[in-house]
Ligand binder design. Sequence first.
Ligand SMILES: NC(=O)N[C@@H](CC(=O)O)C(=O)O
Ligand SMILES: [Zn+2]
Ligand SMILES: [Zn+2]
Length: 346
Amino acid sequence: MTETLTLRRPDDWHLHLRDGAMLKAVLPETTRHFGRAIIMPNLVPPVVTPADAAEYRDRILAAKPDGSKFRPLMTLYLTETTEPRDIRAAAEIGLITAVKLYPAGATTNSASGVRDLTKVRRVLETMAQVGIPLCCHGEVTDPAIDIFDREAVFIDTVLDPLRRDIPELRVVMEHITTSDAVQYVTGSDGNLGATITTHHLIIDRNHILVGGIKPHYYCLPVAKRATHRDALVAAATSGDPRFFLGTDSAPHLTKDKESACGCAGVFSATNTMSCLAQVFEAAGALDKLEGFASVNGPKFYRLPPNEETITLRKGAPVAYPAAIETEGGPVTVFDPGFPLYWHVED
Ligand SMILES: NC(=O)N[C@@H](CC(=O)O)C(=O)O
Ligand SMILES: [Zn+2]
Ligand SMILES: [Zn+2]
């Protein structure tokens, strides 16, 4: 008996494509299965102005494989000098789908991010007015706060006060890693959603640290203990529309991760759908995969779901490359640590 599963084509609501040779190399890994993706703006230098976003969008479209209908959904990188009128103008012409908050110093290329949220209050009010969501890297950067606690502390000290201050602002907690975040989202109203990555549904902090340090499992927010991973799986497979897929596929050259100061980021674009099918099957929730990967995200972003479909078929172990070659060297592909059996049909 062959088992198959047909879904609306999925979208990726949190993706890093980088630029130049890296963009060219990693883009086909996403366009093969995904219809659209929210494109993260943490380039060097970051995507700050509407002109930056338009130019970056054009470079992505130029790098697309022939025949691909993939649509990049652009974001702007929020800085303390972002102008409300720029956000309004970019929203009105449909250039941007979201604005990204990086607390300064929280993650890769976040140095130009926000130190003091009061400085961006007018921008956030404008976003609430024009209906542009704020995507948050939800971690505090206070050196006194333990890295495993930074997401939970962000919710209490930054996110909750912000949402009380501007309740009309629509917010996405990106790449959530804790049961605290799951509870915060389930306990809130409709203006809050959360993305969950492929890898945070699979690994916990033991995967990073037991039996030798595994740099390819290191990302931010760092994976937490297994009980948190289990809470994420429960949320993703629950059918609750506030949780949706954002892979946070974040390519770094293998040599930059296998380093004395390894970069944060897991590259999972290549095998995400096979990984997710396995996670949902193990949870007895294959029927919830379409909601998580293809329906809940567009619903939050007030966009129609994709009309095309993809079909997954269960069979012999899926052969996927251990790394993607780029001009600068290989990028290691996420290894879930178990064989994958769900193939995405061509
Ligand atoms: N997730 C990561 O560990 N890294 C991301 C940045 C981010 O999404 O925080 C990157 O750009 O490499
Ligand atoms: Zn982040
Ligand atoms: Zn990211």
